[in-house]
Design a protein around this ligand. Sequence first.
Ligand code: HEC
Length: 150
Amino acid sequence: MNVRLRPALLWLVLVAAVALVPLSDSRAQTAQTRQVMRQKLELSQGLLAGLVTSNWSALGKDSRALASLTMDPGWAVLREPEYARQTVDFLRSADALVDATARRDQAATLVAYNNLVASCVQCHRYVARARLARVWSTAQPRARQRADPS
Ligand code: HEC
């Protein structure tokens, strides 16, 4: 094969792997997972509305529902211990929110809400890194094979 083509081929393999792995992951994602993820967003939007209007009953209801979403089988997308740890952090924030809203403590509710949103972002960052790591660990041996077929 033309030697000058090889780097281009390597890039093609890598780009294809990066493009295809998330696709196959999302296909494997169950309808239940999709629903859980959507509910998560709707409930946290409800929390923001409740927070700015001091709607304590809505805050209590939404924060309890958010905490119990973690029990849904659709929540368990990854089996890594780090995912479990991120879930525990999220649950801790959701529980603090349930507690603060039950006491109608606006300052504590605001802090708990901020911590909760931070835990959403933390876990999403971890999930993105975990996917990228998996893509690299599968793409590199293949890329090496292509580069050196002996
Ligand atoms: C313990 C980890 C974790 C936490 C905490 C978490 N998420 Fe997610 N979230 C995920 C995973 C995993 C996905 C699915 C990503 C994928 O499959 O591409 C996801 C996807 C989503 C999506 C995209 C849904 C879609 O239609 O594709 C939204 C929106 C979302 N999360 C919102 C939130 C919000 C809001 C919070 C906090 C209240 C939150 N998440 C907390 C793990 C988490």
